[in-house]
Design a protein around this ligand. Structure first.
Ligand code: MEV
Length: 436
């Protein structure tokens, strides 16, 4: 294994030469695999190469579509970028299921985003408070050039508060800053404002009389947005009479009993909650990725929200009231439909066009719905047939692809596994028999 300096300055072909020589000598096809995934359209390839650094190829994810989502009375086909089998099928099935039961309803509970200037101060907290109040307006005036365009679009800085955190950490204070970023995810805007707040804080402190006489000044540690956005929150729900959930009264009641208990288990048992929410994120991440948003930010924020009461818990909830089954999700989603990749990546542009160019709020609504639908489908399977049945059907296709099964072999295998359990070895045995 080797080390190198100046790797980033090499051309793409030189990078490939270096990496294949030093780390892929055990993989003779390396160069051809890397190149196989290049796009023949040079401009498009250049665009992808420039999204990030040290690129050698493209990493594909399947892009699928889950149709028939009725959300707040409007029909959507939701684009989903995900490699996991069954997820898009499950979303589509849940969408269809709720289509004739009133569809999904959503509500935006807030769109506030948060960022901090984290700083140290060793002096008198009362002096710091007085200083903050005397210079607060400067934080706004000195970011005017950054906030001008955002304000034109209806956003901007909402508030800035001084928070004393010295009970938890010696000398630690923050400027707790809230923002409205409208249709942008807003990371650049927020971080630019925060860095200016940091400069203003330090510069103004230098001429503040109390600090000069005490010979102590605030020292900025860092300025950064938070991906924890409990006030950028959306709720999505479905409801229907309990009787609509089974062919007979007994069947419907059994389903609701088991389904509700499954949700309550995820509310109180973190082991289950993690898997339960993972299923929700199958839907959410797939939409987040397809629409060019930052799924790591969403993941971090969602899981923090799921732990906000001190124990990791379910994002979805259920209630049966007056013979009605009600199932909902509440989830923080700081999403954008302008800026970032949204105007650069051709497939992201296509996905946003498929959704008829949604606002960020609309994207929050339908992403939450994708999560709720996914959870409904997963828990529905878990409390009835189990998930393996559906999974293994898709898994069968993956195994058949892996062994390059032809059309006849595929059709025969699908027929055979209608009455047999799919296992990796069973599929291989069947293919061997067919090919003998
Ligand atoms: C698999 O990707 C997701 C599930 O495990 C979710 C769940 O258990 O609710 C099926």
């Amino acid at each position: 294994m080797s080390q190198i300096s100046g790797f980033s300055k090499l051309t793409k072909l030189e990078k490939i030469d270096w990496i294949t020589t030093h780390y892929l000598s055990n993989y003779p096809q390396a160069k051809s695999v890397i190149k196989q995934y290049w796009n023949s359209d040079e401009a498009l390839q250049k665009l992808h190469d420039e999204f990030t650094e040290n690129t050698i190829s493209n990493y594909y994810l399947p892009l699928g579509v889950a149709p028939n989502f009725e959300i707040d009375g409007k029909l959507y086909a939701i684009p989903m970028a995900i490699e996991e089998s069954s997820v898009i099928a499950a979303a589509s099935k849940a969408a269809k299921f709720w289509l004739d039961k009133g569809g999904f309803k959503t509500e935006i509970l807030g769109t506030t985003k948060v960022g901090h200037v984290h700083f140290n101060f060793e002096g008198n907290p009362e002096h710091l408070k007085a200083f903050f109040n005397s210079v607060k307006s400067k934080f706004f005036s000195e970011t005017a050039s950054i906030t001008k365009n955002m304000e034109k679009r209806g956003g901007g800085i909402k508030d800035i508060q001084l928070i004393n955190k010295t009970d938890s950490l010696k000398n630690y204070y923050q400027l707790y800053c809230t923002f409205e970023t409208v249709d942008a995810m807003g990371a650049n805007f927020i971080n630019s404002c925060l860095e200016q707040f940091g400069h203003t804080l330090e510069a103004e402190a230098r001429s503040y009389q109390e600090f000069i006489s005490e010979d102590t000044y605030p020292e900025v540690i860092m300025c950064i947005l938070s991906n924890y956005v409990p006030e950028c929150l959306v709720r999505a729900k479905v409801s229907c009479p309990v009787s609509a959930l089974g062919d007979t009264k007994e069947e419907a009641e059994r389903f609701v009993r088991k389904f509700s208990q499954a949700i309550k288990i995820a509310e109180i048992e973190p082991y289950r909650a993690v898997t339960h929410n993972k299923g929700i994120m199958n839907g959410i991440d797939a939409v987040v990725l397809a629409t060019g948003n930052d799924f790591r930010a969403i993941e971090a924020g969602v899981h923090a929200y799921a732990s906000r009461k001190g124990q990791y818990s379910s994002l979805t909830h259920v209630k049966v009231e007056d013979g009605n089954f009600k199932f909902w999700i509440e989830v923080p989603l700081a999403l954008g439909t302008i800026g970032g990749l949204t105007s650069l990546h051709p497939l992201v542009k296509l996905c946003l066009a498929m959704l008829n160019h949604p606002s960020a709020e609309e994207l929050m609504r339908l992403t939450a719905v994708a999560g709720l639908a996914q959870n409904f489908a997963a828990v529905n399977s878990l409390v009835t047939t189990g998930i393996q049945k559906g999974h293994m059907k898709m898994h069968l296709m993956n195994i058949l692809n892996q062994f390059e099964a032809n059309e006849t072999e595929r059709a025969d295998a699908v027929e055979y596994f209608k009455t047999h359990t799919v296992t990796h070895s069973e599929v291989i045995n069947l293919l061997k028999k067919m090919r003998a």
